[in-house]
Design a protein around this ligand. Structure first.
Ligand SMILES: NC(=O)c1ccc[n+]([C@@H]2O[C@H](COP(=O)([O-])OP(=O)(O)OC[C@H]3O[C@@H](n4cnc5c(N)ncnc54)[C@H](O)[C@@H]3O)[C@@H](O)[C@H]2O)c1
Length: 353
């Protein structure tokens, strides 16, 4: 395999587009399959602005067997990275069947298509939500499944499917990557996260407040048993997560069976620490309102990252200041995301900042 071709489902999305950058820079050829339900195809033009190569886009659904067979026949993939899915925890409660359909039935359809095409190397985007909210940190991969919402249970179900499959058929090599809290953006300022509607996650929200698009950040609870009372999470730079995908692919291409690893930094940061880091990056104050706790939020959790180091030789290299600086650069240059400027205008705004 000189320049392996990799199917990246969900490759136009936040993490998938950064994965494409890392794959191209490593000499691989990603092909994206995405419905664009939560992304913008211009993210792939930005991948081209960074790398010089625009990954081909197959506009299609992972649940669509015909579209999958066509893509496998046309491209002759060597491996698959499966990032397509729905990820809003709250929405997974109100539309659980929709989530099982896309996340579980979609993964099943993809695995069946891979089987038909004889492609048996898969990297799956799982999540720390499979651990639930009551584990001892640092959380090891051997912790019991205890997801507290349908989103987390969809990830658990796909992981279990992968475990059963690799047990029954030794030709498969699958890596399940449990992401903690991916944030940040590509350091160029050309590629980042642009949520449709109000952001679900802390950092895009903080970034929108910093740029003036929203008035203040609501901190959900400051009476947890943590050093400053606010929730503690393991934030990990999206480019570190992307590099984790490449390391997992290299591993899975040469090892059959199942590997399950955490992708985190191994250290927790509180909400107030993140806001302070963002204030340093942006050089401006972020107004904060303290609100009540949200039901189901854990006080604190972070990853045990030893397994990823031992098996993949991977560890997160970027710290919280860099995550915030990169996120700020992206937000400043692209306040309206991909709707906004041309890459030339983005470059001008960055030069002026
Ligand atoms: N961002 C996080 O905090 C986080 C944390 C843990 C795990 N994950 C997982 O990582 C993966 C990528 O997350 P992201 O943050 O880049 O989200 P994202 O929404 O930006 O990307 C997901 C992509 O999948 C596409 N998609 C959705 N349904 C599809 C379908 N049926 N067929 C084809 N494409 C479809 C969307 O259009 C989008 O481009 C998801 O599986 C998510 O569950 C994300």
């Amino acid at each position: 395999m000189s320049h392996p071709k990799i199917l990246v489902t969900g490759g136009a999305g936040f993490i998938g587009s950064h994965v494409c950058v890392t794959l191209i820079e490593a000499g691989l050829r990603p092909v994206v399959l995405d419905t664009l339900v939560n992304s913008d195809p211009r993210s792939l033009q930005r991948v081209a602005n960074i790398t010089g190569v625009e990954p081909p886009l197959v506009r299609g659904d992972v649940r669509d067997a015909v579209a999958l067979d066509r893509a496998f026949a046309e491209h002759g993939f060597d491996a698959v990275m499966h990032l397509a899915g729905l990820k809003a925890v709250g929405q997974s409660v109100s539309d659980s069947i929709g989530y099982y359909d896309v996340n579980v039935a979609g993964s099943l359809a993809l695995i069946r298509a891979m089987e038909r095409a004889g492609v048996r190397t898969l990297i799956f985007s799982s999540s720390a939500t499979v651990y639930g909210d009551n584990q001892h940190s640092p959380i090891r991969e051997s912790a019991t499944y205890a997801a507290v919402n349908p989103y987390g249970r969809t990830k658990e179900m796909v992981e279990r499917m992968a475990a059963d499959l690799t047990r029954a058929d030794q030709r498969w090599g699958i890596a399940c990557l449990r992401f903690f809290n991916p944030i940040g953006a590509h350091e160029s300022g050309l590629l980042g996260e642009h949520p449709h509607g109000p952001p679900d996650n802390l950092l895009p929200y903080v970034a929108q407040v910093a740029v003036g698009g929203r008035g203040h950040v609501v901190v959900h609870g400051d009476d947890y048993e943590t050093p400053d009372g606010t929730g503690v999470r393991d934030y990990v730079h999206v480019m570190d997560v992307a590099e984790g995908h490449l390391a997992a692919l290299r591993y899975a291409a040469t090892h059959r069976g199942l590997l399950t690893v955490n992708l985190g930094t191994g250290r927790g940061a509180s909400v107030l620490e993140v806001i302070a880091a963002f204030e340093r990056a942006a050089g401006r104050e972020i107004p904060v309102h303290i609100g009540p706790r949200r039901p189901g939020d854990a006080a604190a959790y972070w990853a045990d990252v030893q397994h990823a180091r031992d098996r993949l030789g991977w560890r997160a290299r970027r710290n919280l200041d860099q995550m915030c600086a990169d996120c700020w650069r992206w937000q400043l240059a692209n306040p309206r995301g991909f709707d906004d400027p041309s890459p030339e205008l983005t470059a001008k705004r960055l030069a002026a900042a």
